[in-house]
Write a protein of this length. Sequence first.
Length: 152
Amino acid sequence: MKCPFCGNEDTRVIDSRPADENTSIRRRRVCDTCSKRFTTYEKVETIPLIIIKKDNVREPYNRAKIETSILRACHKRPVSAAQITKVVDEIETEIFNMEQKEIPSKEIGELVIGKVRELDQVAYVRFASVYREFKDVETFMEELKKVLNQEE
């Protein structure tokens, strides 16, 4: 493994342990040249997954897109980075458990919106306003009423 600090290719593993609920391995490494330490993660390579967008364009699955959209929805909300990572991991697990090579983005969007709803109601409304493409204030208010009625 190449050292991210000096570029040397001679690094040693000094510790290995399971991570992410035993779905990956966390390895602590040390560079033999600069003596700096860094962490790497090893995950099982999965089948390539293609996402079918609304306009029928196909593109490779990108975890970062899900993470970014949830981060945006949770901006300035009391939601930790660990909670977001956990939700993204759960969504990703559900996606890969479908064992399909192509999945419509709508299915992923529905998974995400459900998880965000459980995470934070304000984040849910933010995410829903973009995902559901509210055309006017009335449709936005209808969604808010659904959220409010669920609290009661």
